[in-house]
Design a protein around this ligand. Structure first.
Ligand code: NAD
Length: 507
């Protein structure tokens, strides 16, 4: 492992967090609560916050439900003004928010800045959307009739988010929900409460600046049980939940039981096919970023490499050579490309998966070591596998890249699709037939399918999400807004006759 020395100590990290929070409008954090706000940079606890109580959860949902009565009547472009202001404040505090993302999630500065930029981008997108919530007009089969669809605000949107995108996922949901006329109640990961406090302060300021009802945004802090109260509350019209498949399995039936709407963004097990014609220089760069970037802690992280047998040895060796050069260390340090894992449990999951991979016939090519320092700093691993064994079919949220081989493209696609998750996928090829085959109906079964680009790093303009155990949700760009609104079909009779549809006669 190419390790850089640590420069961080708990005191400067706490001071840095305090200064960034203060700049965003958050002061006086408690140090005696039940919810530790820790940093993976050295594992230290910076603050001890308070989890939201059941009464506080109910009050937050109540505020949002009351705000809905007003907010749904505000014209959408006026709702857009709130999101425009939010985007301005996010841009003003980009560096502060990125600092907090690095402190809480351990991302390198460039990725943290990218995450904040994603929030700014989605605000811009949502502002445009606020003038484009179009319905359709259809031709009626009856004379003197007009048939159309209109879109209306849905109600309170509950957002549950994961630690690894502590703020971007909130913004994907909040910016779009708010222009759609829906107040938002957000429960971030219990591992990243500080970034959430900063965003909540900024959106409250944006609401005050633009005259939006104060209750359009509420923040809840805490772990699963706090989320469960949001999940079960019938006033929450849409529950948008991002996290593990395990969480989705717990949440989806509860929302369904009360006939609420669910938008699920769950785990991935993303693969890239590397064909013999691939531009290998480009492919190796893309593979290393997708597999080792963010220390393997993205939902879109590349976890399976399906390489043509004829080039498998050379691709595995080139990726391993690049891995051996990857600087692992303090994510604030210049030049570091791989920061820490979020916590001890992630290291346990990584070592357990590597042990299982060996037991299932795998051979470690490189990586899998842990640095002797505080915080969980690991060298990303490459493992050659004889087949797609059970461990390969699971998402281990750590930097492990399994390398499999194939002889013909049908076999590669079959292997690619033979896992329960369906989030992101890629093919590296210069053969147009192969590329199109991968994108076709019988190609990749994922929500995201790329050609000559890695599996991670999506833009906000497209709908984001995946199939199968990934949950089927779509967020962010394109027409994802439709999930946040209710559709009404309206038929207007402007004639003096009463013809019935399908030629039915009655009386
Ligand atoms: P996690 O499932 O442990 O937690 C996610 C969120 O769900 C947290 O806020 C947590 O408090 C909450 N939660 C957990 N159990 C709950 C319950 N029973 N009821 C209500 N809320 C509950 O996930 P994590 O470790 O924070 O994040 C990593 C996982 O998230 C990975 O599986 C990753 O692939 C996935 N992820 C998916 C996407 C996507 O868009 N598809 C994006 C980011 C992360």
């Amino acid at each position: 492992m190419t390790e850089t020395p640590t420069t961080a100590t708990p005191a400067p990290l706490r001071a840095r967090a305090e200064s960034a929070l203060h700049a965003c409008g958050v002061d006086d954090l408690p140090r005696d609560g039940d919810l530790p706000a820790a940093t993976p940079i050295d594992g230290s606890v910076l603050f001890r916050l308070h989890s939201s109580t059941p009464d506080e959860v109910d009050a937050a949902i109540d505020d949002a439900a009351q705000a809905f009565a007003q907010w749904r009547q505000a014209p959408a472009p006026r709702r857009g003004a709130l999101v425009r202001r939010l985007g301005e404040l996010l841009a003003e505090h980009k560096a502060d928010l990125a600092t907090l993302v690095t402190i809480e999630a351990g991302k390198i500065t460039s990725e943290s800045l990218g995450e904040v930029q994603e929030m700014i981008d989605v605000c811009e997108f949502a502002v445009g959307l606020s003038r484009q919530l179009y319905g359709r007009t259809m031709t009626s089969e009856r004379p003197g009739h007009r048939l159309m669809e209109t879109w209306h605000p849905l109600g309170v949107v509950g957002v549950i988010s994961a630690f690894n995108f502590p703020v971007a996922v909130w913004a994907w949901n909040a910016a779009v929900a708010l222009v759609c006329g829906d107040p938002v109640v957000w429960k971030p990961s219990e591992l990243t409460p500080l970034t959430a406090l900063a965003c909540d302060a900024l959106i409250r300021r944006a609401a005050a600046d633009t005259g939006a009802p104060d209750g359009v945004h509420r923040l809840l802090l805490g772990s699963g049980p706090v989320g469960e109260r949001l999940v079960d509350d019938p006033r929450v019209a849409l529950l948008s939940a991002t996290g593990s498949v395990r969480m989705g399995r717990a949440v989806a039936p509860r929302v369904a039981a009360r006939f609420g709407r669910c938008l699920l963004e769950l785990g991935g097990n993303n693969a890239a096919v590397v064909a013999p014609s691939a531009d290998l220089d480009l492919a190796v760069r893309a593979i290393v970023f997708a597999a080792a970037g963010t220390a393997g802690q993205r939902c879109t992280t590349l976890r399976r490499l399906i390489v043509h047998t004829s080039i498998a040895d050379s691709v595995a060796e080139r990726v391993a050579a690049a891995y051996r050069q990857l600087p692992v260390g303090d994510p604030f340090d210049d030049g570091v490309l791989v920061g820490p894992l979020i916590r001890e449990r992630a290291w346990e999951a990584m070592t357990s998966a590597l042990d299982r991979a060996r037991a299932e016939g795998g051979a470690l090519v490189c990586g899998g070591d842990r640095a002797d320092r505080s915080g969980v700093y690991v060298s990303p691993a490459v493992v050659r596998m004889p087949a797609q064994t059970p461990v390969v079919c699971e998402e281990t949220f750590a930097p492990i890249l399994y390398v499999l081989t194939y002889d013909d493209l049908d076999e590669a696609i079959a292997l690619h699709n033979a896992v329960p998750q369906g989030l992101s996928s890629a093919i590296f090829t210069l053969d147009q037939r192969e590329a199109e085959r991968f994108l076709a109906a019988d190609g990749s079964d994922c929500g995201i399918a790329n050609v000559n680009i890695g599996t991670s790093g999506a833009e906000i303009g497209g709908a984001f999400g995946g199939e199968k155990h990934t949950g089927g949700g779509r967020e962010s760009g394109s027409d994802s807004w439709k999930a946040y609104m209710r559709r009404a079909t309206n038929t207007v009779n402007y004639s003096d006759q009463l013809p019935l549809a399908q030629g039915v006669r009655f009386g």
